[in-house]
Ligand binder design. Sequence first.
Ligand SMILES: Nc1ncnc2c1ncn2[C@@H]1O[C@H](COP(=O)(O)OP(=O)(O)O)[C@@H](O)[C@H]1O
Ligand SMILES: [Mg+2]
Length: 217
Amino acid sequence: MIYAKNITKTFGDLQVLKGIDLEIPTGKLYSIVGPSGAGKTTLLQILGTLSNPDSGELLIKDESVFKLGEKQLAAFRNREIGFVFQFHYLLPEFNALENVCLPALIAKKGKKETEERAKELLDFLGLSQRLTHKPSELSGGERQRVAVARALINKPAVIMADEPSGNLDSKNRDDLHDLFFKLRDEFNQTLVIVTHDENFARQSDRIIRMRDGRIEE
Ligand SMILES: Nc1ncnc2c1ncn2[C@@H]1O[C@H](COP(=O)(O)OP(=O)(O)O)[C@@H](O)[C@H]1O
Ligand SMILES: [Mg+2]
């Protein structure tokens, strides 16, 4: 599903990624762990096509993504990659249902089918009673589940999450982690998740340990 070869990235005179090689198969949940500053977020942003590497190659679904033009790349990202961040980044003036629908409406999908899928997803995530709640009317765990539904709306090839449970209490953290495994097991969803949670990482299909811009084996 994802093939990365010799990815490097430098900020100023700091080389943050020193040649990353990585292959992530379909239907697997890979975790990325490592100390703060190791380059985890930088790597995930590049794998998610949000940021360009200085060198290297990235294939997602056999598409050489950095060879796409700007517009094509934005469309590819919208369609194929679902993001979940540490902070939910839901739009405060829109309710849960509207937030989940946004990426599909950006992809010019029909309103009716989009709302149906959004409702199904929110139902699957245990939020069918929260459709018209605004983010400020939801708990932290509920907000992150809405963010997961938003990430899933376009049936992306891969979900990428950067410390998605970093702001949750232990109950909501465990629920969110269970949800990621459920997405893998029930939908064959591919996931790449940066985490500080060793217990969660140990349950994943592979732990990618980063240190100082490299993957440790
Ligand atoms: N946009 C940026 N400009 C300059 N330095 C950056 C930028 N983004 C990250 N860095 C630096 O790159 C290093 C790795 O950061 P990051 O990928 O966020 O690490 P991690 O997520 O593992 O904590 C850090 O030293 C950080 O300060
Ligand atoms: Mg980080």
